[in-house]
Design a protein around this ligand. Structure first.
Ligand SMILES: [Zn+2]
Length: 344
């Protein structure tokens, strides 16, 4: 697929992580000390900005510098995009979807947002007006409420592309998004179709698509997208592969709910299932099992701290064996803090 731009973004630096935190509206007060303490030496997963065809018709973009993992699915003349990364990247994603479809005069595009976070829905303004779009009903409302955040993120986009040594074309698209951002409306960014708690189904050409909501987990509006016939699952941020998971109390995160969602995802998996996580490389059901193990360990260790009178501030400074060697080290403390509050 030579018409799709390819950029080598090998270093995952502190600034990009801050962009993710800013995009999801994370509290700087909570994260700044952690960032200063740990730095980002261990947070370089060496992802590359390049689409990877994980199965015929299924293209994944898992570069850590561009936000959450996107998936493009092509079936006949129809194209589905899952998640739109940061606000300044929507134009590029639209171009890429167009290219994957063979540059038709009219692009028959669908969009699913796995949840409202700005590193997964930030680029919506450039996609929603051109697509039949879906998010969980609570996600639609939360996305609308982030208009200002997405606009600010778009305005910061050109500088980010320059730092990441993006292509001239990417810079051009980012500048266009920054210039247009002020005129974006809530309707431009909000998916038109609200997926109920019971989930919903779509077809894309001959491809069956099921959207599941397993209750509160990473947020209160997580969708898991299952391609049953193709044995592929996009988990959204219910799975951070090889990384500490991001806890956002403002999104009503719950570790206990998260474990239930992960078990429900495992029920959809067999040994051959391809798992596209929200962040980190494409893998298989082991990534889901690893995430479940992390959550169970986290809940157990924090509960022990609470039971033995360890204060929240002391607990938050801790690390345990199961946390060793994971990327996104700077958000480890957030995870402990949120679970401490949840269990206490
Ligand atoms: Zn998220």
């Amino acid at each position: 697929m030579t018409s799709v731009p390819t950029v080598d973004y090998r270093n995952f630096d502190r600034r990009n992580f801050l962009a993710i935190l800013a995009a999801v509206g994370a509290s700087a007060a909570l994260t700044a000390p952690a960032i200063a303490r740990f730095g980002f030496a261990n947070d370089d997963p060496s992802f590359i900005y390049a689409w990877d065809e994980i199965k015929p018709g299924f293209h994944a973009l898992v570069d850590a510098k561009t936000g959450g993992n996107s998936l493009v699915v092509v079936s006949g003349t129809q194209v589905l995009l899952i998640d739109t990364k940061f606000a300044h990247l929507g134009g590029g994603l639209l171009q890429d979807a167009q290219a994957f479809a063979g540059n038709p005069a009219h692009l028959d595009l669908r969009l699913i947002n796995t949840h409202h976070h700005g590193d997964h829905a930030g680029g919506n303004a450039l996609i929603v007006p051109h697509a039949d779009s879906y998010a969980h009903k609570k996600g639609v409302e939360r996305i609308k409420d982030q208009l200002e955040k997405f606009q600010q993120s778009a305005k910061a986009g050109p500088a980010q592309i320059k730092r990441n040594k993006g292509t001239d074309e990417q810079l051009k698209l980012a500048i266009a998004a920054a210039d247009a951002a002020e005129s974006w409306t809530r309707a431009d960014i909000a998916p038109k179709n609200r997926v109920p708690d019971e989930g919903a189904s779509l077809t894309l050409g001959s491809t069956e698509i099921n959207m599941y909501h397993f209750g509160r987990g990473h947020t209160d509006n997580d969708l898991v997208v299952h391609f049953a016939n193709d044995n592929i699952i996009h988990t959204g941020d219910l799975v951070f592969a090889g990384l500490h998971p991001f806890f956002d109390p403002s999104a009503r995160v719950t570790a206990i709910g998260w474990t239930k969602s992960l078990k429900a995802i495992l029920d959809l998996c067999d040994d051959d299932t391809i798992v596209v996580p929200g962040h980190g490389p494409v893998g298989n059901k082991q990534a889901v099992q690893d995430q479940l193990e992390y959550m169970n360990n986290l809940i157990e260790h924090v509960q022990t701290d609470i039971d033995t009178g360890v204060s929240k501030s002391e607990s938050t400074k801790k690390t345990w064996d199961f946390m060793e060697g994971l990327g996104f080290e700077s958000i480890r403390g957030r995870a402990i803090s949120a679970v401490y509050d949840e269990l206490n």
